[in-house]
Design a protein around this ligand. Structure first.
Ligand SMILES: NC(=O)c1ccc[n+]([C@@H]2O[C@H](COP(=O)([O-])OP(=O)(O)OC[C@H]3O[C@@H](n4cnc5c(N)ncnc54)[C@H](O)[C@@H]3O)[C@@H](O)[C@H]2O)c1
Ligand SMILES: O=C(O)C(=O)C[C@@H](O)[C@H](O)[C@H](O)COP(=O)(O)O
Ligand SMILES: [Zn+2]
Length: 356
């Protein structure tokens, strides 16, 4: 059992990481309100809702199942969850729990941020990606057909409860998608962790419990450290967006759900690393290490073909755009990154030709 502290003054909270945490919710969440809306989807609630309800037997627990899929991280789902809260008579004195992957977490968090101008919010992430990334740091959002996460709020959870057992029911593709965001932490922040990942690809693929426990704790620690320095992304937090400017363009262009978020981030990370290699920020041998690690984890290393104009038009809607210029997060070697707009359309076109 490990606790990671996210230091944000009065918005500070703990990330609890262990197997069987779903059975210990009342002791892990002593301040949990009496009335709770659990937002989940049919796939996840079928597997885990009864454990959760048992664990919270003294509370009024209402389940809202949204539809399963990235395309449902939408304004329509936002409206349906809000309608349910109103129909059930939930007041400000309630809590919302997200039980699911990043889609459920982002959507439920945005509802929590806005319902009665903000109610208590808890994350119980059930995918690897949500356990290492989306449940931590308070970015909540819904998608728009024109771009990913275009509508949202920074809204921190009161706590994050990670139960490693949930990962055993995840399908192969969604499991591997989470590995892409884990690799991201090594590239942007921790060269030693990157080496550790290189040495543990087999154990990670086998979902070895101890290996997973370490990878999840380390990822959460890195994210907590970055978020504590820059909660609202005015500086270093943008590094967590490595691969996302390209990745989000892939997800939006393929109408959400064809590529998983993690797959799009993996392909986007290769493009960003190629751009770093081309602009002498990363050596060719470090580029090969990034490529080899993502390939060893069976993540896509080629992005889909699309005309340059389409790439640019999606990327123009990235939240890091300033003064009409796209800002890219580029790795500087392995272990550090920087944000730059000093790239030309010719350089972008050249790397896209190589990486698609
Ligand atoms: N807020 C953030 O900081 C942040 C960070 C990274 C990603 N995200 C967002 O997260 C989303 C991607 O999250 P995701 O990869 O978890 O996808 P997801 O939420 O769509 O989950 C993937 C699939 O796994 C299923 N599932 C979930 N838990 C399961 C379990 N334990 N066993 C079996 N099946 C299970 C889901 O029903 C779904 O079909 C994207 O929308 C992305 O933008 C947000
Ligand atoms: O927490 C962050 O900050 C991140 O950027 C984490 C990303 O993995 C995540 O996909 C995030 O939702 C992207 O944010 P956005 O601001 O580009 O929508
Ligand atoms: Zn991401």
């Amino acid at each position: 059992m490990a606790n990671i502290h996210v230091e944000l003054g009065e918005r500070s909270y703990l990330i609890h990481v262990a197997s069987n945490n779903l059975q210990c919710l009342t002791s892990l969440l002593p301040d949990l309100k009496q009335s709770i809306l659990v937002v989940s989807n049919p796939t996840v609630s079928e597997l885990y809702f009864s454990q959760l309800r048992e664990s919270l037997s003294g509370h009024r627990v209402v389940l809202f199942n949204m539809e399963d899929g990235e395309q449902y991280k939408s304004l329509k789902s936002f409206e349906s969850v809000t309608n349910r809260l109103i129909e059930e008579g939930f007041s400000r004195d309630c809590a919302i729990i997200a039980l699911g992957g990043g889609v459920v977490g982002d959507l439920a968090g945005f509802v929590a941020a806005t319902y009665h101008r903000g109610v208590d919010f808890y994350q119980i992430p059930t995918t690897l990606l949500a356990q290492v990334d989306s449940s931590v740091g308070g970015k909540t959002a819904i998608n728009h057909p024109q771009g990913k996460n275009l509508i949202g709020a920074f809204y921190q959870p009161k706590a994050v409860v990670i139960d490693l057992n949930c990962l055993m029911t995840l399908n192969e593709r969604d499991y591997r998608s989470g590995l892409a965001e884990i690799v991201k932490y090594g590239i942007i922040y921790d060269a030693e962790f990157f080496c550790w990942l290189e040495k543990h690809t087999d154990k990670l693929s086998q979902r070895d419990e101890q290996t997973l426990q370490y990878a999840i704790q380390k990822s959460c620690q890195i994210k907590a450290e970055i978020v504590a320095q820059d909660e609202r992304e005015s500086g270093i937090r943008a590094w967590l967006n490595l691969g996302h400017t390209f990745g989000h363009a892939i997800e939006a262009a393929t109408e959400y759900g064809t590529w998983t978020h993690g797959e799009a981030v993996a392909a986007g990370t290769i493009i960003a690393s190629k751009l770093s290699e081309k602009t002498q920020r990363m050596s060719s041998s470090d580029f090969r290490r990034v490529l080899n690690l993502l390939s060893a984890l069976k993540l896509p290393i080629k992005a889909p073909h699309m005309p340059l104009a389409n790439w640019l038009s999606y990327m123009q809607r990235d939240k890091k755009v300033k003064d009409n210029r796209i800002n890219f997060v580029l790795p500087v070697g392995i272990g550090r990154a920087e944000v730059t707009n000093a790239t030309t359309d010719e350089e972008i076109a050249a790397v896209l030709t190589e990486c698609c």
